[in-house]
Design a binder for this molecule. Structure first.
Ligand SMILES: [Zn+2]
Length: 702
């Protein structure tokens, strides 16, 4: 599961979705010169603040004051400049590939033609709803429940990439964005050598179930805006004779689905999602759904077993299939088609889509330029083609070696921490060390690039390219079913600003796209690189040993390899963090959910500590102790660099969204929550007992 440090996987998916769905009011090219990337600067600080009272304000106050959120953004942090740089680089690649030069190689032809088709705004406007007309006719032609199942499978194929943003969907958290339910291939929880079919909860147009179930004033208002939005979109389509009624029926269906979604905290324990069904028992679970038709339409090989994340959810789907009329299901499918493909249609759809998913939902004030949307769509649909050129043009092999070295030193520090964990029994400790030693570190880019030779990308008709890409990618994914997992497979594009730990592979992955300042700079000193990149590496490796990851063994099987006593002590150490973070306010009167964010908080705390230990190990052998730079010791600069990574401004709408569905804590608490548990911080900044950044009951899992 994707675990971007600064922006949560869930939020990335949402923002990517918004970004890709945003309208294109600005067709003029923006200057494509790459912005300057900087790491540490005194200007970021607020020296009037007291680091022992509010370290986040001290380390980030200057940056936050001088970096208001741009009008077309909802989240602006120190990583955003890196995002800008990557967008510029990708844009240069796409624009250079775009002219129809017969001498282009096949990679540049696909990139260039895809991008050129996407940038052709006039054709998209002239086409109106033509790109989805055939699909609308298929939906209108549904005459029976078997037809409905077949059309659902077809929609899954067409919309697969569109609903994912630019994040690879393994098991989306808190649920899938697919129509009605999610259907993927996934590594079997109990047998890491096998890929099986996975059915997940889904079917909602709002981010997660809380958006349907909360009854505060803002939530009620937002739901009304959502119903209005569905109404407006269906009215633009002019198929439903009573769009007002139709929009309410869509809401009724989604409300019923949301009520049976498993909550995100329960999903954190993957044993709750490991529900195993044979083909026959899957049919018995949903007698009203024609699985044969669906599986044929989606073109899935047979699976043994079928994993079902939320049986209760599928029971609800089944009962809705019995009670909701076929006409209402057609409306629901039309809405799902529109929701996913609005960005491909003419301006009126794009504008209405942004009015809800951009403005109302996330607080964005205006829309981004079309070229950005086209860059990210190219990255999503041709990820390894664009990524390969990106790596060739902008990634240095030396950086890869430097980063790998830091990762290894942080892992060596973890080795020492596990060795010294006297709360673990010798048996669990031995297995934990074996798991750590088996971790695969993947830095920069995959060993083998995906081959797109059989994917047809044509110069005209962007929407057709998108649908073909989706079908191609879902077919590629489902083809894994019944086979061993592809260990070379990456869950993110190499240009994604993300890193993640996959406990099912026992691997960690750091993408080339974000191995630059402020995360990493080869020319910076150790205090800077260990504070940022070192903490990230520590964070990711710890995910294999957090409250979710610890349940997977060294080979990636979900099984309990801890003794009951050790598991109990682990839970007690985690409980300390649950209480700590539950006391933090995210925005207004909304508090953080300490249970939901526990795995990330474990990783944040251990990540900084492991990086600090590794930094000390290196500093002991190479850096003169006590040397001042800009008036700060190396230890102080380590913590300032750690914090800089999280400096950011976020709209209240997104903060609220994050508090309900994001598995990460808010930026401020990711800094203050960590340093206030660290005696090393207290010492570095000479803080005193009783000050806010010195917690009396300091929590530490690792
Ligand atoms: Zn994480």
């Amino acid at each position: 599961m994707s675990q971007r440090l600064a922006i949560a996987g869930t939020i990335v998916v949402l923002l990517a979705y918004v970004r890709l769905a945003q309208s294109q009011t600005n067709g003029t090219p923006a200057p494509s010169s790459a912005p300057q990337l900087t790491h540490f600067s005194l200007d970021n600080l607020d020296l009037k603040a007291d680091p022992c009272v509010d370290f986040y304000q001290y380390a980030c106050g200057g940056w936050m004051a001088s970096h208001p959120i741009p009008e077309d953004q909802v989240w602006w942090d120190t990583i955003s400049a890196l995002q800008d740089r990557n967008e510029s680089t990708l844009r240069d690649i796409a624009e250079k590939s775009a002219p129809a030069d017969p001498k282009r190689d096949v990679t540049h032809q696909k990139i260039g033609d895809y991008y050129a088709a996407c940038m052709d705004e006039a054709s998209a406007d002239a086409a109106g709803i033509k790109p989805i007309e055939a699909e609308l006719q298929r939906i209108s032609a549904i005459k029976s429940r078997p037809d409905l199942a077949a059309e659902l499978g077809h929609l899954h194929r067409m919309l697969y990439l569109l609903v994912q943003g630019n994040i690879f969907p393994s098991v989306a958290d808190p649920g899938s964005k697919e129509p009605l339910f999610g259907f993927y291939s996934y590594q079997d929880y109990l047998d890491a050598t096998k890929v099986v079919a996975f059915v997940d909860q889904g079917g909602l147009g709002l981010p997660d179930r809380d958006y349907y179930l909360r009854d505060d004033k803002d939530s009620v208002e937002l739901r009304q805006k959502y119903v209005n939005h569905v109404h407006n979109m269906l009215a633009l389509l002019k198929i439903d004779s009573d769009p007002e009624r139709a929009s309410r029926r869509v809401m009724d269906i989604e409300m019923a689905l949301a009520r049976s979604w498993m909550d995100p905290v329960t999903r954190r324990d993957r044993t709750n999602m490991n529900n195993r069904y044979s083909r026959e028992s899957l049919q018995q679970l949903m007698p009203n759904f024609d699985w044969t038709k669906f599986l044929a339409a989606v073109a899935a090989p047979p699976s043994e077993p079928y994993l079902v994340a939320t049986p209760e959810f599928l029971r609800t789907v089944n009962s809705l299939l019995g009670s909701v009329s076929l006409d209402d299901w057609k409306t629901y499918l039309r809405w799902n088609l529109l929701r996913a493909s609005a960005g491909l249609l003419s301006r009126s759809f794009v504008t209405e889509n942004f009015a809800f998913y951009g403005k109302a939902l996330t607080g964005a004030k205006e829309d981004g330029p079309r070229w950005k949307r086209c860059v990210w769509a190219t990255d999503r649909d041709l990820q390894d083609a664009l990524g390969r050129v990106f790596v060739e043009e902008s990634f240095h092999e030396d950086d890869k070696q430097h980063v790998l070295q830091i990762v290894k030193e942080v892992e060596a520090a973890f080795d020492g921490v596990i060795h010294n964990a006297d709360w673990l029994s010798p048996d669990t400790r031995t297995l934990a060390l074996a798991k750590l030693h088996a971790v695969t570190n993947r830095v920069g880019y995959p060993e083998r690039w995906r081959d797109y030779s059989t994917l047809d990308i044509a110069r005209g008709n962007w929407a057709a390219n998108v649908f073909r890409s989706s079908e191609y990618e879902l077919a590629r994914q489902l083809d894994h079913i019944g086979k061993p997992p592809d260990r070379n497979e990456w869950g993110i594009t190499v240009t994604t600003l993300d890193a993640y730990n996959n406990p099912r592979q026992n691997s960690l992955t750091l993408s080339a796209g974000w191995l630059a300042a402020p995360l990493f700079d080869r020319s910076a000193d150790d205090s800077i690189n260990f504070g940022s990149l070192g903490s990230l590496a520590g964070h990711e490796v710890t995910h294999g040993f957090d409250s979710i990851g610890r349940k997977y063994d060294a080979s990636g099987n979900l099984r309990e390899w801890w003794t009951a006593e050790d598991a109990q002590r682990f839970a007690e150490r985690g409980k300390c963090l649950v209480d700590q973070y539950s006391s933090y306010v995210a925005v207004d009167d909304v508090k953080l959910n300490g249970e939901l964010t526990l795995p990330e908080n474990i990783a944040d705390g251990a990540g900084a500590r492991l990086a600090y230990l590794a930094f000390q190990n290196r500093a002991n052998s190479s850096l003169p102790a006590g040397k001042l730079t800009d008036g700060f010791t190396p230890e102080q600069r380590f913590f300032l660099s750690f914090a800089l990574f999280y400096c950011g401004n976020i709209t209240p709408e997104v903060l609220k969204m994050a508090a309900s569905g994001d598995s990460h804590s808010t930026l401020k608490h990711r800094v203050n929550g960590v340093v206030s548990n660290m005696p090393e911080f207290k010492e570095a900044f000479h803080c005193k007992a009783g000050q806010p950044m010195v917690r009396e009951n300091a929590c530490r899992v690792w």
